[in-house]
Design a binder for this molecule. Structure first.
Ligand code: RUB
Length: 307
């Protein structure tokens, strides 16, 4: 249990972050827990796996990759402890392998839409979006990137480091400079924490501003999202919860303590409506946002009754 609690804590504190990494870490944590679980009765096995799944899912509420990964990784049908353990190990390993393969596929598919000379704007730190950008660059396309700082956690600093390692010419901009720079941009490429059944995107706070500015300037807005970032529970009407994070991420608590009339609002994500999205690059191909429902039904394979 200690190891799972450590992973859960790392996800909660964002030492492990980004929808894809969270998903893979959770799948790995369930696998390792199941591998070492010392129980004899199936009833106890079921309870312990359910408790660990709930713990991992509770760490961050928005990224649907997390409950999807937990559900896919903890799949078993056997009523025998040893067999169920093996099933979980195999399901979790399969999920992790497929997630890695999905990143590669998204890179290859998305790079076909990047042209020589393109200036690309990206937001936050998305491995799926970066897979498209770095694949296009490695294919020999002469591209430049504008990367937002992404306050308050400044994940943009991870992005510029990653792009720098590839030798991609990159400019760091503050979040409020997005519209100012949009005229230089050819394409916006961002990742996803969740895609709802109606094709709306949930991603790092500020993403919808990039989408609005791109729409106004008639620039293309691409989302890079593995199929496990689509949200089955939105089909049955469950809303996607937007995580509200601590005030201290935004302002020094000592300063805030001196301002009794001030509160801090710190939502970590926002919604971008589907009409601002030109395409979603997934591991099963490029789709318009209107096809989100089909991806959920065909590729996540969950019937409504399961939800
Ligand atoms: C990260 C973020 C990323 C998506 C997609 O937010 O919004 O754009 O998670 O990332 P946080 P990836 O830093 O709060 O987790 O493509 O790597 O899954």
């Amino acid at each position: 249990m200690k190891k799972v609690e450590d992973i859960a804590e790392k996800i909660r504190t964002m030492e492990i972050r980004g929808a894809g990494r969270i998903a893979k870490a959770a799948a790995g944590a369930i696998r390792d827990y199941a591998a070492e679980l010392d129980v004899v009765s199936m009833g106890e096995f079921d309870t312990r796996i359910r408790d660990v799944s709930d713990l991992l899912i509770s760490t961050r509420p928005t990224a649907v990759s997390l409950p999807n990964a937990v559900k896919l990784a903890s799949k078993y049908s056997s009523g025998n402890v040893e067999e169920a353990r093996q099933e979980i190990i195999e399901s979790a390993n399969r999920f992790i392998e497929q997630a890695d393969r999905a990143l590669e596929l998204i890179g290859k598919i998305g790079a076909r839409r990047i042209q020589d000379g393109d200036v690309i704007m990206t937001h936050c730190n998305s491995h799926a979006a970066l897979s498209i950008i770095t694949t296009a660059f490695e294919e020999g396309k002469d591209i430049k990137v504008l990367a937002t700082e992404s306050r308050p956690r400044r994940q943009g600093l991870l992005t510029i480091r990653h792009l720098n390692d590839f030798g991609i010419p990159t400019s760091l901009i503050v979040d409020s400079a997005v519209r100012y720079h949009m005229k230089e941009v050819d394409k916006v490429v961002v990742g996803a924490d969740a895609i709802a059944a109606n094709g709306a995107l949930v991603n790092k706070i500020g993403t919808s501003q990039l989408a609005l500015a791109a729409h106004e300037a008639r620039k293309s807005f691409m989302v890079a999202a593995e199929t496990y970032k689509f949200s089955p529970s939105t089909i049955v009407g469950n809303p996607i919860e937007i995580e509200e994070r601590a005030a201290e991420e935004v302002i020094d608590p000592a300063v805030l303590a001196e301002l009794p009339h001030v509160q801090v609002k710190n939502p970590a994500f926002d919604f971008t409506p589907s009409e601002y999205i030109d395409m979603i690059v997934t591991d099963v191909g490029i789709i318009p946002p209107a096809m989100a429902y089909t991806v959920i039904r065909e590729h996540l394979g969950w019937e409504l009754g399961d939800l």
